[in-house]
Ligand binder design. Structure first.
Ligand code: DGL
Length: 289
């Protein structure tokens, strides 16, 4: 009887916002893979992102994971079906949970989505929101990732940049838009700043938080009974898996393992900021290609 083993994949440190949200809600053994040598993904092609993500999926599956979470919005937006096809465990991405939460909160049926260039160009959020009956205006905010990684969370420059991005988005979006979707791993860190700038009536949806809720539901409520909650796990895959919750033991201590493709020291420094706690057990891995 063991805790579930959850693999978390991201292009770098940003996915730690998803890990943090999950760890707050769900005891598990977490295996985090940050492709720090090859980030950012937000400017790359779907082909490249899919190749990188599939390599990482294989690595995480070798850690005997029960479930894989694609924490990277860009990787989910550009390569989710391909990752899902390559994986042998259920896969959860961040787009569908974020879109579902936005649809739940929006009264007007219109939302603004802020994300990387690649996520916006893929229109994955627009399409997902449309399926939920919500019209989306998507806005690329490429400067946010480097600003957050620089630690400029509450910084006048970040605030100025945010005012410009949000101002432009508000001008172009339908006037009735009442939800702002943070569709990038890094944006939850500047959520308080965005909250101050966004119109008061606008609700903020954090896709990290929404994804954590979905993962918790899948683990606790048994994915087989609620396949629609699992973005992408194939029907055959779901049907031949034991409910993960059935193997959980509350007495067991959860563990965190981190794997990165670039410097472990740099990851540890940034990870403390993203996770709000000291990070140990970081290993360097080289996937080649
Ligand atoms: N993890 C990416 C995302 O959520 C942001 C960083 C990157 O561009 O690699 O879209």
């Amino acid at each position: 009887m063991t805790l579930p083993r959850i693999g978390v994949f991201d292009s770098g440190v940003g996915g730690l916002t998803v890990l943090k949200a999950m760890a707050e809600q769900l005891p598990a053994h977490y295996f985090y893979f940050g492709d720090t040598a090859r980030l950012p993904y937000g400017t790359k092609s779907a082909e490249t992102v899919a190749r990188y993500a599939i390599g990482a999926t294989g690595f995480l599956e070798a850690q005997n994971i029960d479930l894989l979470v694609i924490a990277c919005n860009t990787a989910t937006a550009l390569a989710f079906p391909r990752i899902q096809q390559a994986a042998h465990v259920p896969v959860v991405g961040v787009v569908e949970p974020g879109a579902a939460m936005a649809a739940e909160l929006s009264k007007s049926g219109a939302a603004i989505v802020i994300a990387t260039e690649a996520t916006v160009s893929s229109h994955a959020y627009r399409d997902a929101l449309q399926r939920h009956g919500v019209a989306a205006h998507e806005k690329a905010c490429p400067l946010f990732v480097p600003l957050v990684e620089e630690g400029w969370i509450e910084h006048p420059v970040t605030e100025q940049v945010a005012r410009i991005y949000l101002g432009e988005a508000l001008q172009q979006a339908p006037e009735r838009a009442d939800v702002l979707v943070l569709a990038c791993t890094h944006y939850p860190l500047i959520a308080p700043l965005l909250r101050r700038i966004a119109p008061v009536h606008m609700q903020i949806v954090d896709s990290a938080e929404s994804t954590a809720r979905v993962v918790k539901m899948i683990i606790e409520e048994d994915v087989i009974c609620h396949p629609e909650r699992n973005e992408g796990a194939s029907a055959t895959e779901r049907s031949r898996r034991t409910p993960i919750a059935a193997t959980m033991s509350p007495a067991e201590h959860r563990t965190f393992r981190f794997y990165v493709t670039d410097s472990t020291d740099k990851f540890k420094r940034l990870a403390t900021r993203f996770l709000g706690r000291q990070v140990d057990h970081v290993e360097h891995v080289d996937l080649g290609g």
